[in-house]
Design a protein around this ligand. Structure first.
Ligand SMILES: [Zn+2]
Length: 145
């Protein structure tokens, strides 16, 4: 299960809508407590693919990956996953997502329909990398803190 505040969801939605009709992507920082992954911070990452491919592909460069891990370490948290948007597509992982994912990390996908962010889902890659399993997303209401 991945636990994320409505405030962080709003932040991801904002980036997703800003980048529309292109994909946005970024890293999720947080802490893992047994079966719970708590998202504490997000780091937007620039979408490095050629402009014509931006609407359906996201790519995180190795140096960006490393810099996210470094930032996490500095803050005393872990890199727990990544998020990206699916402009005018359901928040279901694509074949491309499957090819480029790594086990352990959570892959949060937000679908953006006609410029408005809607459904948020999270996915975990199986160890054998054959497919994703849906991960339960718990959204915490910030006003309760
Ligand atoms: Zn995708």
């Amino acid at each position: 299960m991945i636990v994320i505040t409505d405030e962080k969801i709003a932040e991801i939605n904002m980036y997703a809508e800003l980048e529309y009709p292109h994909e946005c992507c970024g890293a999720l920082l947080g802490r893992v407590e047994s079966e719970r992954k708590n998202v504490i911070g997000i780091i937007p990452i620039s979408n490095k693919r050629e402009p014509e491919a931006k609407h359906n592909r996201f790519l995180i460069q190795p140096e960006e990956f490393l810099s996210c891990e470094k930032t996490a370490r500095k803050q005393g948290v872990d890199l727990i996953g990544f998020y990206h948007s699916h402009p005018d597509h359901p928040s279901f992982p694509s074949d491309y997502d499957l090819e480029h994912a790594l086990p352990v990390y959570s892959y949060v996908i937000v679908s953006v329909t006609l410029g408005k962010a809607d459904e948020v889902t999270s996915w975990l890659l199986r160890e054998d990398r054959t497919q994703f399993d849906k991960e339960f997303v718990q959204i915490l209401n910030c006003s309760h803190f």
